[in-house]
Design a protein around this ligand. Structure first.
Ligand SMILES: [Zn+2]
Length: 359
């Protein structure tokens, strides 16, 4: 997810903070000095929640490359979506389970020191009590059965035992968007006499809506990718560059085509890497005529073959976060390119012509 800043790495998982989470911290910190400590502890609770998901995923052999903290909670990005609905259910439930344990522990602390009347202790408004309240709130919010909340994933997993994965996602995403509208309306107008308009709720509605839409798009892409071979979606007409090409030649290729990223071939004609527009521009800034395309290209690009199942290729594309994946034939010659754009074009064609069969 963009607009996020990497902060630290724990057990191979990169922790990132979304810029809006920082804004929220800043806004709360303006309130009082104690708020900063509170926010740091809250931050810890959210991280533990996300590690609940990550550890459960690890149990099924699924790694978590990064965790991003958003104002409405965290997002643990799994390297792949679990195949079995049961696995998704366990992974989705693991986060709220951690939050429930935290809330329960805090409850025990409050109950043990507060003497007889728990209700009175709850009024005190100190750090532990506030942490308890917000963890309960987090737990309830996460259990709303709508995407992108954990409850939505549990809902999809349950639906997916009866419906197709794509259909189950669609239903869960629609429920998520309905909740988003509901939050938005309440946030905007409030409930007369009960609840005042609250901009924060509009903010949450926005995130819920975006999350639900993204999840639906991802599921549709996965559904399409299951039914098609790589060769049906790859770009066949493209320019490639030799490793020894100058930056000037690369600029010519960039301007002469609509391509952003160019596969780079070594002397034997085999794929050596990919030159992205971003890397090309960065290299031009150095203003060194001796730099060759081979010096600035990305070398860590995986390749697929025409025989690779699209689903597998799509997974590779997601994992490496590559601009384009070269497609090779059985002789290891470059015959195509797979890019996020042409994958989404295939999806558009699919939704326009629903009965088209793969060739
Ligand atoms: Zn969660």
């Amino acid at each position: 997810m963009s607009w996020s800043i990497p902060i630290l790495r724990i057990a191979g998982i990169q922790l990132r903070i979304h810029i809006t989470f920082l804004l929220l911290i800043g806004w709360l910190a303006l309130g009082s000095a104690g708020a900063v400590v509170f926010v740091l502890l809250l931050f810890l609770c959210v991280v533990l929640h996300e590690f609940g998901h990550a550890l459960a995923a690890k149990g099924y052999g699924i790694n978590t490359p990064d965790i991003t903290l958003l104002p409405i909670g965290g997002v643990a990005r799994l390297e792949r979506i679990p195949e079995e609905p049961k696995q998704e259910l366990v992974i989705a439930a693991a986060g709220p389970a951690v939050t429930a344990i935290i809330a329960l522990s805090l409850f025990v602390v409050i109950a043990s020191r507060g003497g007889t009347d728990f209700g009175v202790s709850l009024q005190s408004g100190d750090l532990v009590v506030n942490l308890f309240k917000i963890n309960v709130w987090l737990l309830l919010f996460n259990l709303i059965p709508a995407f992108p909340m954990d409850g939505g994933r549990v809902l999809r997993a349950l639906l997916a035992t009866r419906l197709s994965y794509a259909r189950a996602t669609q239903v869960a995403a629609t429920v998520g968007q309905a909740f988003a509208f509901f939050f938005g309306i309440i946030g905007l107008f409030g409930v007369p006499g009960i609840y005042n308009p609250n901009p924060f709720l509009i903010f949450i509605a926005f995130f819920v809506y975006i999350g639900a839409s993204q999840e639906a798009a991802l599921a549709q892409m996965r559904d399409v990718s299951r039914r098609f071979p790589v060769s049906s979606a790859m770009v066949r007409e493209f320019r490639s560059l030799p490793e020894s090409a100058t930056l000037e030649e690369a600029v010519d290729a960039l301007l002469a085509t609509s391509q952003h990223d160019f596969p780079v071939l070594d002397e034997a004609g085999k794929v050596a890497g990919i030159l992205t527009r971003h890397d090309l521009i960065a290299a031009l800034r150095k203003n060194d005529p001796a730099i060759r395309v081979g010096d600035v290209m990305r070398r860590d690009i995986p390749t697929v073959t025409t025989g690779t199942r699209f689903e597998e290729a799509f997974r590779i594309m997601q994992e490496c976060n590559c601009p384009a994946v070269p497609v090779l034939d059985s002789m290891k010659r470059l015959v195509g390119l797979l890019t996020p754009e042409n994958v989404s074009e295939l999806m558009m064609v699919q939704s326009a012509v629903p009965r088209r069969r793969p060739a």
